[in-house]
Design a protein around this ligand. Structure first.
Ligand code: AMP
Length: 190
């Protein structure tokens, strides 16, 4: 079983590449962003709370996503493996994630980090906003804040995995298949 953290700023292509990795390796997948959007859509109290963060491009409180992941891991302890997309996004989340996995006899195998220049990210997200209807993709100020939040709070999570020799940086610029090939090269060494 391979447990892969797919990492990178908003617009780096995590969702697109996750779909291709799931198909090729028969992996299961969780995107905390997707779970959060579903919660908002449901109109629950939790949905209302998290919307106040996502609307501004801020991270939701750590415990909300830690609970989502703890629940997911409990249900996905067996199989070919899992892709964690958009999680962990703070060092605290990474530490708690290790504890959750260890309690279930599991571990992270690798963090695959897609790197893309800022100007390209803004361009991609505005384009995605036209089709996806995602509120946080349609406003340039919110997009820029998400990229700032990534740099200030999330980028440091790479160091956490680098310290464990589990970090692989992947050039996220190029054709979808080209980038996919770069990811597969690393996964095939696991
Ligand atoms: P994403 O689809 O991954 O870009 O996530 C959309 C939004 O959901 C983010 O801007 C955050 O507000 C929230 N979110 C998703 N994952 C996390 C996480 N691991 N920690 C905190 N907030 C998150």
């Amino acid at each position: 079983m391979k447990n892969i953290v797919l990492f990178g700023p908003p617009g780096a292509g995590k969702g697109t590449q996750a779909e291709k990795l799931i198909a090729k390796y028969g992996l299961d997948h969780v995107s905390t962003g997707d779970v959060i959007r579903a919660e908002i859509k449901s109109g629950s109290e939790l949905g209302k709370l998290v919307k106040s963060y996502t609307d501004k491009g801020e991270l939701v409180p750590d415990q909300v996503v830690i609970d989502i992941i703890a629940d997911y891991v409990l249900k996905h302890k067996t199989g070919n493996g899992n892709i964690f997309d958009g999680f962990p996004r703070t060092t605290f989340q990474a530490e708690e994630f290790d504890k959750i996995l260890a309690a279930n006899g599991l571990k992270v195998d690798v963090m695959l980090s897609l790197t893309v220049p800022d100007e390209e990210l803004v361009k991609r997200l505005l384009l995605r906003g036209k089709d996806s209807g995602r509120a946080d993709d349609s406003n340039e100020d919110v997009i820029k804040n998400r990229i700032s939040v990534y740099k200030a709070q999330t980028a440091v999570v790479a160091d956490y995995y680098a310290a464990q020799n589990k970090y692989a940086e992947i050039n996220g610029v190029g054709g979808i298949d080209e980038i996919f090939g770069r990811l597969c090269e690393v996964i095939d060494t696991l």
